[in-house]
Design a protein. Sequence first.
Length: 551
Amino acid sequence: MHRTPRLILVDPSGARQELAVRKLPFRIGRQAGNELTLRDNRISRQQAQIVFEDGRFLLLDSQSRHGTRVNGEKVERHELKPKDTIDFGVPDSFRIVYAGEEASLDEIIERVETAATADTPSRDLYHLGVLLDVARALHSSLSLEDVLGSVVDAAVRVTHTERGVLVMMNPSGEFAATVARDAHRTTIEPKSVEISQSVLRQVAASRRELIVTDTGDETQWQAQASVVRLQIHSVVALPLERMRMADSLDTTSAGQQSELLGVLYLDSHQPAAAFSDLDRAVLRSLAIEASTVIENARLFTAARQMERISHELEIASDLQQQLLPKSFPQGSHFQVAGWNLACLSVGGDYFDVLELPGGKHGFVVADVAGKGIAAALLASMLQGIVATASGFDLDPAKLAMRINRYLYERSGIERYATVFLSSLDAEGNFEYVNAGHVPPLVRTASGQVYPLASESFPLGMFDFAEFRTSNVKLSPGDIVLIYTDGFTEAANPEGEFFGEPRLRELLKLDPGKTLDELLAKIQSVVREFTRGASQSDDMTLLVIHYRGAGS
């Protein structure tokens, strides 16, 4: 008769839940009625199932759409082994870790209570009663140190050792004693505890428990210098591990070793009796509980840090939005409207409309390479440079050369920006420099659409880059649409891009009655195309309607 196997379900947020496979076959999928229902539309209704055949638990794929993977390898039929990681072929979704058939802490406690009720004399079961203290500590509101202290106390009582130490692995890979307790449940100063380093290194390397006693277990370790010097007759050490959950399917590999959190170390100057299988099972359960407590504390700390970062990003996002124009100068000969959406909290796109000397108006749209905070900082710097230079009577080419030199001297080669710089006067003379930017589209009053091609390198990429001002004569009723590639590269769930042809056709057939209607129409069509798929780039639109000098 086999024990009940257990699964650890990890949801997309990283939260874990332990499940027992009590009914076979154990069906997995998104359809209600499965033994395990996963709420993700990308997972098949009947994804996979766990069965028991010839004394083995097997995972069978149920001809799922994206396949079922174990340790990163696609499988049709797989014999499950402890620590196998199961995913379903889609990123940022549920994962399952097969925990095997090891008895859980609750089951062991239940066996202790049952044996006590039956008045069965057993030295092993008697010592297992200490797990009740651990269970109470784990479900209380004690501090992290108190809970870990309870785990160490329980391990000392089970092993009849004189002291126990929780040794943690720091980021540099060195061991550091964190919690130390003696057989009287008294706290020992961790720094004063001398530990067999050879035992720690062996457990860290093998990821296996090590039991050294005078009764014959691992007797070769009695000859170790540190063991002899410390006059130790009994040593018990267990690895504390965390399952490594890959951030993406691409980084999942078969046989990948779990992360070592530390070692639960116990020793004694007195000889100890041989350890039974039940003793070892209890010690493993204690190691698992200690690992879980430590990992939960890490996750809590990480969550607090993420909350702080999120708050700071929210402030940065508000500041960036405040830098964008709230209203636009509307000359008698033109109208303008704009819109911006960052794919992250802050973005690298920006646009602006500036009053220039000689009655002209300047229009700028920029797309900084990269995303996030670094791109947002460079975009803000670029905006400041353009706004300052707008007070001088410079044509777009000279302005582009000055900005290019400034960015090149103050940022690395990977920090550059595609920029469209332009100016418009009352007579419809539209001068521009397209520095590596996606070609804006001009829609004439007669319905023809043509692009303003890129003829220069992006700003900040090369110090030798040259820029030339181009000129287009706009007629009354013409519309200029300046945008960033977040629109043309907007992807649907199948990975297809929206593309310039769709944008060009939309502008040609349905420009709308007002500029706001045109902006809303473009956003709506792109949103319908992407069907809720997450996007990887910022989106910016700036549209100019030339009305004519005599308007």
